[in-house]
Design a protein around this ligand. Structure first.
Ligand SMILES: Nc1ncnc2c1ncn2[C@@H]1O[C@H](COP(=O)(O)OP(=O)(O)O)[C@@H](O)[C@H]1O
Ligand SMILES: [Mg+2]
Length: 259
């Protein structure tokens, strides 16, 4: 019998944490955290210094494994063996230090660890296909709507916002559908911050899912659709961003979950 009028099919979250705890030795960095990241959303993750935001990002990115609880991707429980495992499942994490090689070019950074090679007339000899990498790197960056110099330019010559874009282009080259960004604007001035927020909007507009870890309330209110707040490793708030201002969010971060 057809189920006329039944509920629409439920789409499993891209990533879900089910009662995840994590300790660094005796330090309990995460305490039984439930969190579901839905496809297409920009989820803000807030909390005071030491609240567990980066630890949560590291769990999603496969850099750490939960001590207790479990992680699911597309509704199926998984144990991630490491960041490569997460990347293979479409989850990329961009840390504040960006892990870029400043002396290498934009194109070399975008293709780090996955260089394109071309066969040579001599059997067995393969050389880097620099023109192909430059073209492809440019294509990824064009998707991000950001001004960029020639692809041969060393990353050291780029602004902070442009460097974030190079890191995002790496994630796109891995075909990431979920990009976790840990404090991407912490070291940036006003103008460069605006650029990075534009990058996040562009990612969302092109169907990617973003988790934005930040203690900048204005940034969170500006680009996220939902916000989760951690306090001392526990999730104390999970709500739509709509209706929040930077001030009211800051107030929530300070008071949510306290008696
Ligand atoms: N490598 C580590 N070794 C020991 N303790 C750590 C380590 N990294 C983080 N912590 C501790 O875990 C808790 C959560 O840290 P973290 O996830 O970095 O918080 P946040 O990113 O919200 O500032 C803090 O008490 C912090 O001191
Ligand atoms: Mg942190």
């Amino acid at each position: 019998m057809a189920l006329v009028g039944s509920a629409p099919p439920v789409v499993a979250p891209v990533v879900a944490l089910d009662r995840v705890s994590f300790g660094y030795g005796a330090v309990e960095a995460l305490k039984s955290v439930d969190l579901a990241v839905q496809a297409g959303e920009v989820l803000g993750l807030c909390g005071d210094n030491g609240a567990g935001k980066s630890t949560l990002a590291r769990i999603i990115s496969g850099a750490e494994r939960p001590s207790r609880g479990s992680l699911s991707i597309d509704g199926a429980p998984v144990t991630l063996g490491g960041p490569r495992d997460a990347l293979a499942r479409g989850i990329a994490t961009i840390y504040q230090n960006l892990a870029l090689a400043p002396r290498l070019s934009i194109a070399e950074n975008v293709f780090m660890g996955a260089e394109l090679l071309r066969a040579m007339p001599v059997p067995g000899l393969r050389l880097l296909d620099k023109p192909a990498m430059a073209r492809a790197a440019r294509a990824y960056l064009d998707q991000l709507n950001i001004d960029m110099p020639a692809m041969a330019t060393p990353v050291a010559e780029l602004s902070g916002g442009q460097r974030q874009a190079v890191a995002i282009a790496c994630a796109l080259r891995w075909q990431a559908r979920l990009i976790v960004m840990d404090e991407p604007t912490a070291a940036l001035g006003v103008k460069e911050t605006a650029r990075v927020l534009d990058l996040i909007r562009t990612l969302a507009a092109t169907g990617r899912t973003v988790v934005l870890v930040s203690h900048n309330m204005a940034d969170i209110v500006d680009v996220t659709s939902r916000v989760a707040i951690l306090r001392s490793g526990a999730k104390v708030q999970d709500r739509p961003t709509e209706g929040l201002t930077a001030d009211s969010l800051a107030h929530l971060v300070m008071t949510a979950g306290t008696a």
